[in-house]
Design a protein around this ligand. Sequence first.
Ligand SMILES: Cc1cc2nc3c(=O)[nH]c(=O)nc-3n(C[C@H](O)[C@H](O)[C@H](O)COP(=O)(O)O)c2cc1C
Length: 199
Amino acid sequence: MAADTVDALNAEIAACNREGGLHIQLITEEPEAFQAEKPTYGQFKGCKNYLALVGPKGKDEQIGYYGERVVLKAQVLGVNSCWVALTYKKGKAHVAIETGEKLYMVVALGYGANQGVAHKTKALSEISDYTQGDPDWFRAGLEAALLAPTALNQQKFRFERSGDKITARAGFGFYTKTDLGIVKYHFELGANKGKEVWA
Ligand SMILES: Cc1cc2nc3c(=O)[nH]c(=O)nc-3n(C[C@H](O)[C@H](O)[C@H](O)COP(=O)(O)O)c2cc1C
């Protein structure tokens, strides 16, 4: 990654860490975490840059929310990404983890061989109480949430509206709390609302 791309990502990460009380780190030029020399292991080929999503324990949702904020910033800068909870080598990650903190997961960063394909998605009725005639901002938020990545593409979340306020809940499953943070960030962007939208 070019130096100005790294600088722009680090600025976004610093803002997220301040706001969210997290310790997210950008690791560059470190191929070990994804065994870049052995592309048969896992699906990542030549990946040597990643985000280490570190923070105090019990911050799963915030990790999702702020991690996705950095991910979308990266995409704006032309850097592709993939959230990775399992298929990397944790022991090899050169990450600073302070007392009381943990490494939740990582996000692989790089320039993709292609720009990906649209994922299979649920219908609005499966993830919300949206009905025809509801405000446009609610629909726009939900549509943005459906575009978000979730672990195993499970999309186990639900949004319900009461007037101007939205309740968002995670379903049961692996990493659904982190997924919830990711989709809440997307919802805010799509709906063009701030955090005050949450009930
Ligand atoms: C919290 C989380 C954890 C994930 N863990 C992994 C992983 O360990 N390995 C992997 O290859 N992909 C992982 N993914 C990527 C998802 O499988 C992928 O984002 C999802 O299927 C949607 O596909 P899309 O990003 O192409 O839209 C993870 C995604 C999320 C949000």
